[in-house]
Design a protein around this ligand. Structure first.
Ligand SMILES: [Zn+2]
Ligand SMILES: [Zn+2]
Length: 139
């Protein structure tokens, strides 16, 4: 599907996203409105400055409301950078064994990293220690 019409507006597929050229009578210029932004603003109101509409399942063509999520632009960008990185270097991204969040392992690091941060590592190690302590004391 190269284009689709929603509310009488034509959205054309441009790269990964459907876009509509909206005429701005103030600036007298056309501005690009992506389908996800249009739908979000129609259904939820204006998007605050510095926020993007993100496709939760990473499928830019899945424009159902439940697939939308408002994210700060910076967080949104790093999320996509991480996804791209994961696709290209699947061996370098792991999920933290403690909190489950994904983290990158530098490609030249040979040691097995299991946790995203010292915080998670300490938490996990403390639990193991506590477990041993309880086992010894029989409690
Ligand atoms: Zn996104
Ligand atoms: Zn963690």
């Amino acid at each position: 599907m190269k284009k689709q019409t929603i509310d009488g507006k034509t959205f054309r597929l441009h790269g990964n996203y459907y876009e509509w050229l909206r005429w701005n009578p103030v600036t007298k210029k056309h501005e690009t409105v992506t389908l996800q932004r249009y739908l979000w603003e129609r259904d939820h109101g204006p998007i605050p400055d510095g926020f993007d509409v993100h496709h939760k399942n990473l499928d830019p063509l899945d424009n159902r409301d439940e697939n939308f999520e408002l994210l700060p632009t910076l967080a949104h960008r790093s999320l996509h950078m991480l996804e791209t990185w994961k696709r290209n270097h699947p061996e370098t991204v792991k999920n933290c064994e403690e909190c489950g969040s994904p983290f990158g392992v530098p490609w030249n690091v040979k040691v097995q990293k299991r946790f995203c941060s010292d915080f998670c590592q300490n938490k996990a190690y403390n639990r193991v220690r506590l477990g041993r302590y309880h086992a010894k004391k029989g409690i």
